[in-house]
Ligand binder design. Structure first.
Ligand SMILES: *[C@@H]1O[C@H](CO)[C@@H](O)[C@H](O)[C@H]1NC(C)=O
Ligand SMILES: *[C@@H]1O[C@H](CO)[C@@H](O)[C@H](O)[C@H]1NC(C)=O
Ligand SMILES: *[C@@H]1O[C@H](CO)[C@@H](O)[C@H](O)[C@H]1NC(C)=O
Ligand SMILES: *[C@@H]1O[C@H](CO)[C@@H](O)[C@H](O)[C@H]1NC(C)=O
Ligand SMILES: *[C@@H]1O[C@H](CO)[C@@H](O)[C@H](O)[C@H]1NC(C)=O
Ligand SMILES: *[C@@H]1O[C@H](CO)[C@@H](O)[C@H](O)[C@H]1NC(C)=O
Length: 310
C-alpha cells in the first residue's frame, strides 16, 4: 500500500518535472571576466531528430545549432565576431560553453529545443570584472604624522592609514576589525578610485583588513600595523634627525670658517709685525717665510748689483 503511494508520488513528481521543462524558465549565471561559463541544457543525451538552437536574445542572433538528422552542428561568430573562437558546443548534451568571457558577452541567451514539444530556457549571464587587491598605505597628510612632537612623549598618538583601489566600479570598500565591519564606502560608477581612512593606535594588537567586494566576489588585504606604522616611526625619526644633521654641518662649517679666519688674522698680524721688524731690524720670522725670503733676496740682489756696477 505504502509502496503504491510512493510510486504515485514519484509519478506525480515526474509529471511536474515534465511540465516544468515545458514552461519558459530563466536561470541567472554569474561569471568572472576571463573565465569560462557553460550553459547547460540538462540533457544527458540529445536525440537524433531533436533540434537545439542557442541565440543572443538582445540581437535575435543564432550562435549555435544542432540537428543531427540534417547533419547540422555549427557555431557562429555573431555579427561583430565577438564569439569567434569562444564557443564550444557539446555534441552529446547540446550544452554551450563560452570561453574567455568579457563584459561584452553579458546578457540573455536563449536555448530552444524543438523535440516532441517546443521548450525554451533563458540564461541571464552577468560578467564581473576582476577585483584588484586593495592597497593599504600610511596617510602622511594626516595631522598626527606631521606634528613635530616626538612619539615617545605622547604614546596616545595614532597611526593614520588609508586603504585604496584604482579603476573600480560597482564595488564596496570596507575596513574590518576582526569580523566586524568598521566602515565602508560604495560606488556605482565605472572606473573610479576609492579610498577609506583608518586610525589605529601604534600598539593595537587587533587584526584589521581592508576588503573590496562586488555582489559576486571579494579581495582582502590584511593590515600589518607593526610593519606599516613602524616604517613611519623610523621615518619620523629620520625627519626629526635631518634638521639636527644640517645644524651639525652648519656648525662644523662655521667652526672651520672661524679657524680659517683665525689663521688668516694671525698671519696678517704676524706679517704686519714682521714688516715692522723688517723696517727696523731686517730680520727673519718663523711665519710667512717665503715672502720675507723674497724680500730679502731682492734686497740682497740690489746690494749685490750695486758693487758689480761699481
Ligand atoms: C515561452 O516560449 C515560447 C517560445 O519560446 C513563447 O512563445 C511563449 O510566449 C513563452 N511563454 C512564456 C510564458 O513566456
Ligand atoms: C600601493 O601604493 C603605493 C603608494 O601609493 C604604490 O607605490 C604601490 O605601487 C601600490 N601598490 C599597488 C599594488 O597598487
Ligand atoms: C590639523 O589639526 C588642526 C587642529 O588640531 C586642524 O585645524 C587642521 O585642519 C588639521 N589639519 C589637517 C591637514 O588635518
Ligand atoms: C585614535 O584611534 C582610536 C581608534 O583606534 C580612536 O578611538 C581615537 O579617537 C583616535 N585618537 C585620535 C587622537 O585620533
Ligand atoms: C559587498 O558585500 C556586501 C555584503 O557583504 C553587500 O551588502 C554589498 O552590496 C556588496 N557590494 C556590492 C557593490 O555588491
Ligand atoms: C569573501 O568571499 C568569500 C567567498 O568567496 C566569503 O566566504 C567571505 O565571507 C567574503 N568576505 C567578505 C568580507 O565579504
Amino acid at each position: 500500500m505504502f509502496h503504491v503511494l510512493l510510486f504515485l508520488c514519484f509519478c506525480w513528481w515526474r509529471l511536474i518535472g515534465v511540465f516544468g521543462s515545458e514552461t519558459n524558465e530563466t536561470k541567472s549565471v554569474s561569471v568572472m571576466e576571463g573565465d569560462s561559463v557553460t550553459l547547460h541544457t540538462d540533457f544527458t543525451e540529445i536525440h537524433e531528430d531533436d533540434e537545439i538552437m542557442w541565440s543572443v536574445v538582445a540581437e535575435h542572433t543564432l550562435i549555435a545549432q544542432i540537428h543531427r538528422a540534417s547533419g547540422i552542428f555549427s557555431t557562429f561568430d555573431g555579427p561583430d565576431e565577438r564569439f569567434r573562437d569562444r564557443l564550444k558546443l557539446d555534441d552529446q548534451t547540446g550544452s554551450l560553453t563560452i570561453t574567455d568571457i568579457t563584459t561584452k558577452h553579458a546578457g540573455d541567451y536563449k536555448l530552444e529545443i524543438i523535440a516532441a514539444q517546443l521548450s525554451s530556457k533563458t540564461f541571464s549571464v552577468s560578467v564581473y570584472a576582476r577585483l584588484p587587491t586593495p592597497n593599504i598605505t600610511r596617510d602622511f597628510s594626516q595631522n598626527s604624522s606631521s606634528s613635530s612632537s616626538s612619539s615617545s612623549s605622547s604614546s596616545q598618538q595614532n597611526c593614520s592609514l588609508v586603504c585604496s583601489v584604482v579603476n573600480v566600479g560597482h564595488v564596496t570598500l570596507s575596513w574590518y576589525k576582526g569580523n566586524s565591519l568598521l566602515s565602508s564606502i560604495s560606488v556605482s560608477d565605472l572606473s573610479i578610485s576609492l579610498s577609506l581612512p583608518l586610525e589605529v593606535e601604534y600598539q593595537d594588537k587587533n587584526t584589521y583588513s581592508c576588503v573590496i567586494n562586488n555582489s559576486f566576489t571579494n579581495q582582502t588585504q590584511h593590515l600589518d600595523i607593526s610593519k606599516l606604522c613602524q616604517i613611519h616611526s623610523e621615518l619620523s625619526i629620520k625627519e626629526q634627525g635631518l634638521p639636527l644633521f644640517y645644524i651639525l654641518i652648519f656648525a662644523a662649517a662655521a667652526g672651520s670658517l672661524l679657524i680659517v679666519a683665525a689663521v688668516v688674522m694671525c698671519c696678517i698680524c704676524k706679517k704686519r709685525r714682521k714688516t715692522v721688524q723688517n723696517h727696523e731690524e731686517d730680520s727673519d720670522s718663523a711665519l710667512c717665510k717665503p715672502k720675507t725670503h723674497k724680500k730679502k733676496s731682492k734686497s740682497e740682489a740690489v746690494y749685490e748689483n750695486v758693487p758689480k756696477k761699481r
